[in-house]
Design a protein around this ligand. Structure first.
Ligand SMILES: C[S@@+](CC[C@H](N)C(=O)[O-])C[C@H]1O[C@@H](n2cnc3c(N)ncnc32)[C@H](O)[C@@H]1O
Length: 210
């Protein structure tokens, strides 16, 4: 696994898909070695802020770590996973915690109806999605008013991609109401080198105006 590839963070969906296809079989073991805690932290936020959510979209589900964390936290609703890496989706399928898994490029409009899910989570994926404003608006579009969006963003991309500005702009536009913006927290604390020093922000927002 080339750690420098992760630090560099390419955004071409074909390149990203190839990389995650190659990594899929070893991804869960590597992330466990690096003490990746974001899936559990996001599951906790979903359970705390939308305990009754019946349908959840996991945008960039990868091999299914977030779905597994949600089930372990007691989430009993429907979980739909989307990802550009087919090999990762096959690993997620074997986990047996998703009700539906579909290939999708999150840099394109989602093939998901407006206001159709109670919650959307996107964990460890924004590295690869440079147009933060467009992506977060698209996430909010598919979530019912009053529903929840929880996304993570790496600390080193938080300011360069103007994530604080996007959080505020979406609030000003009545797209969402932030509940909590926290970070930076340790992201991959046991990884070696630059990767191990990365922090992560968590954005939790309720869709619609307050
Ligand atoms: C670090 S992994 C995170 C996977 C999972 N959410 C987790 O927390 O373990 C990043 C994931 O984003 C997916 N991804 C990156 N760019 C994407 C895009 N444009 N559309 C859909 N998925 C994408 C990758 O295929 C990969 O599965």
């Amino acid at each position: 696994m080339a750690d420098d590839w992760l630090v560099q963070g390419p955004t071409d969906p074909h390149e990203v898909a190839d990389h995650y296809d190659d990594w899929a079989a070893r991804y869960d073991a590597d992330l466990a070695t690096w003490s990746y805690r974001a899936p559990v932290a996001v599951a906790e936020r979903v359970r705390a802020h939308h305990p009754d959510a019946g349908t959840l979209l996991d945008a960039g589900c990868g091999t299914g770590l977030v779905g597994r964390a949600l089930r372990a936290s007691g989430f009993g609703g429907r979980i739909v996973g989307l990802d550009v890496s087919q090999a990762s989706l096959r690993v997620a399928e074997r986990a047996g915690v998703y009700d539906e898994l579909r290939p999708a490029d999150l840099q394109q409009p989602l093939d998901v109806a407006d206001d159709s899910v109670d919650a959307l989570v996107c964990v460890g994926v924004m590295t690869y999605l440079p147009d933060v404003d467009a992506v977060w608006r698209e996430f909010a579009r598919v979530v019912r008013p009053g529903g929840l969006v929880v996304v993570t963003q790496r600390e080193d991309l938080w300011q360069p991609r103007d994530c604080p500005g996007v959080v505020d702009r979406l609030a000003a536009d009545g797209v969402w109401t932030p509940i909590d913006v926290s970070g930076p927290a340790a992201y991959l604390p046991e990884a070696e080198g630059e990767l191990g020093g990365l922090g992560c922000y968590y954005v939790t927002a309720r869709v619609g105006s307050a």
